[in-house]
Design a binder for this molecule. Structure first.
Ligand SMILES: *Cc1c(COP(=O)(O)O)cnc(C)c1O
Length: 378
């Protein structure tokens, strides 16, 4: 049985009429740039996250870049982040003139290890960008404590973790992205809340950051042709905002469905390989479902075997950022971040989307089990 990584059409079918009516409505009004649907979606998105504001932007990468600028990261600053993420997290740090500093990750959660973060702090450190990888919350209690102690900005890269939650201080459930100074989100189609194209947002509860973000996304202007600063052309399209408002109403249910798929995977793969850990103080958004094997050979074999069986799979991420050619100038090498090096060699992600059927789940887990007994696949 063929199993895809994601199935965008499965989520579209039940809400097709509603979406198409909303898109037609925008077409008929022709209010394509910053139409009222954008403001409406921003209000709904902020309310969903428990933040004062949300600002719609063109994509999740621009969201990080503008959040860094608006919260005060400047040329020459050092920004500590994870090496085990998509390059958007770090390229935006460089693009604002700052220097990405990679700390090591935790071997169980694959998220930033606060102890390693603390070791990387220098007099130039200005911010931390924790990434809630695959949808699992970072240790935000520890990260916020470090930030407070050293007076640092925290921008949460929540691209994979919208609808994820963290029980701050063990008492208060907070939506991911609402804990630091800013949270950044991607509406790339395959994320938890996907648009029908590119889109992104930034949340904050800080009035000044909010005002700056609104200017930054629109060429640094509040009033047309009056520019208090230079900015970007990075607005959320009205058409995408109209679609996102509809999809937002379903996203919590979809995350529950993703969690049900994850539970079934974990049950069937118990004792076979390491399945994702979800601590009691966390709600996972399961944008991705990632296994860990005890050796690279087993991982590589599982990957080859599933591919042969036409079961989609992916390694997020095969080469950590500190080892990428793009960061050769930073002098990173194998051994610098040993936990990250070991994790990237042994992880492997399975198909994950809300509508994945029991039969598909069984096909996938049977293949993972078989890959460990068939011997090396050529
Ligand atoms: C997807 C993603 C981004 C970038 O989002 P885009 O909308 O594709 O620009 C940033 N960080 C992480 C961790 C992501 O997964």
């Amino acid at each position: 049985m063929k199993v895809p990584m994601v199935d965008m059409l499965a989520g579209y079918a039940p809400i097709k009429d509603e979406i198409e009516a909303a898109v037609k409505n925008v077409f008929n009004k022709a209010n394509f740039i910053l139409g009222e649907e954008v403001t409406k979606f921003e209000k709904e998105f902020a309310a969903h996250n428990g933040t004062k504001y949300a600002v719609g932007v063109a994509n999740g990468t621009d969201a990080i870049r503008m959040a860094l600028i608006a919260s005060g990261v400047k040329k020459g600053d050092e920004v500590i982040t994870s090496p085990f993420t998509f390059i958007a997290t770090s390229e935006t740090i460089s693009q604002v003139g700052a220097i990405p500093v990679f700390a090591d990750i935790d071997p169980v959660t694959f998220n930033l290890d606060p102890k390693s973060v603390e070791k990387k702090i220098t007099s130039k450190t200005r911010a931390i960008v924790p990434v809630h990888l695959y949808g699992l919350p970072c240790d935000m209690d520890a990260i916020m404590a470090i930030a407070k102690k050293h007076n640092l900005i925290v921008v949460e890269d929540t691209a994979q973790a919208f609808t994820g939650k963290y029980k701050l201080g063990g008492t208060e459930w907070k939506m991911l992205g609402s804990i630091g100074h800013c949270g950044t989100y991607s509406f790339f189609p395959a994320k938890n809340l996907g648009a029908f194209g590119d889109g992104g947002a930034i949340t904050t509860s800080d009035d000044k950051i909010y005002e700056t973000l609104k200017q930054l996304r629109n060429h640094g202007s509040k009033v047309r042709y009056h520019h208090e600063m230079e900015g970007f052309n990075s607005r959320l399209d009205t058409v995408q905002a109209a679609i996102l408002s509809i999809r937002l109403k379903h996203v919590e249910k979809w995350t529950e469905m993703r969690n049900a798929v994850a539970n079934a995977y974990a049950e069937q793969l118990k004792g076979v390989c390491v399945t994702p850990v979800v601590p009691a103080n966390a709600r996972h958004s399961f944008n991705y479902y990632t296994l860990r094997f005890d050796t690279k050979a087993k991982r590589d074999n599982a990957q080859k075997y599933l591919t042969e069986q036409q079961i989609a799979n992916q390694i997020y991420y095969p080469i950590a950022l500190h080892l990428q050619e793009a960061y050769a100038h930073l002098g990173g090498k194998r051994g610098d971040l040993p936990v990250c090096d070991a994790v990237m060699d042994t992880v492997f992600s399975l198909p994950m989307y809300p509508e994945l059927s029991d039969a598909q789940i069984k096909t996938v887990t049977d293949a993972v089990k078989a890959s460990l007994t068939v011997g090396a696949v050529k």
